[in-house]
Design a protein around this ligand. Structure first.
Ligand SMILES: [Fe+2]
Length: 271
């Protein structure tokens, strides 16, 4: 069995005013939530194989933010796999967060863990940072990597969702615009694919499309709403931040959400 935690969108920053945009106005400073996330994970009464962070580790791609992220995330005892989000710099993440062993930063990449192939896709270098279109060469590279897994079990991780949800702001403004091409590759290997894991849209959702399971981790900081007809991102202050536990065994995927305790502390002194 493979067990891991899926975390996302921590938006760590040394800027005390970060998140003052109306979308985040009701949320505490993201560093406080990231600290709460690490504390909650450290108290879990079970073992996991690794932690997957699907991006937006920091709010802005600045060295001082990644230094702060390192201070917070290094207290996690499990191996940590980090992907860049649209707020991140892959180079700075590699330089500051990766130690090549316990903390691994992945772009378009592949790693084998306990007989499972984890394939990652980096959409952050593409044209539109919020809703990228993957290049032909990137998709070809992904297809080649997928074919090298032969018929062994496979997981896929990315910052962005690939498939349409029916929520306009997600589909048109916050999704890989040609994500169907990745989906088509996965459908041809559906017997192998244990799940596709992503963040970016700051909400815990899961869906099944053509036999492929897609799961988004809630943001560890603050969450957005998603419903039919919603044309722009909207805060969802009633939904607590959290993370997902993923357990995969043979042909079964079990995904459970964990909530972080509410945090009523003021925003200041969070750095
Ligand atoms: Fe984010």
């Amino acid at each position: 069995m493979l067990s891991f935690l899926h975390i996302s969108d921590t938006h760590i920053s040394v800027d005390p005013k970060i998140g003052s945009h109306e979308l985040f106005a009701a949320a505490p400073h993201p560093n406080r939530r990231a600290e709460a996330l690490v504390a909650a994970i450290r108290q879990l009464p079970f073992q996991i194989d690794f932690i997957l962070h699907t991006g937006d580790v920091c709010a802005d791609p600045l060295p001082e933010n990644y230094q702060r992220a390192l201070e917070i995330l290094r207290r996690l005892e499990q191996p940590l796999i980090l992907l860049p989000g649209n707020h991140d710099s892959l180079e700075l993440m590699r330089e500051i967060l990766s130690d090549g062993e316990r903390r691994r930063v992945m772009g378009d990449d592949h790693v084998a863990i306990k007989g499972y192939h984890l394939l990652t896709i980096d959409g952050t270098g593409a044209d539109n940072p919020l809703a990228p279109t993957l290049s032909d060469s990137q998709i070809k590279r992904f297809a080649a990597q997928a074919s090298r897994t032969q018929d062994e079990p496979m997981l896929v991780a990315a910052h962005y969702p690939f498939i349409r949800t029916g929520v306009p702001w997600i589909d048109d403004q916050s999704r890989v615009q040609n994500g169907e091409r990745i989906h088509d590759i996965l459908v041809r290997r559906r017997q192998q694919v244990a799940g596709v894991f992503f963040g970016h849209i700051h909400q815990a959702v899961s869906s099944v499309c053509d036999g492929i399971t897609y799961a988004c981790s809630p943001s560890a900081w603050s969450n957005f709403a998603g419903y039919p007809g919603l044309i722009s991102a909207e805060a969802d202050p009633g939904t607590p931040s959290g993370f997902n536990l993923v357990m995969i065994r043979e042909n079964r995927s079990f995904i459970r959400r964990f909530f972080l305790p509410p945090n009523a502390a003021p925003r200041e002194n969070m750095l």
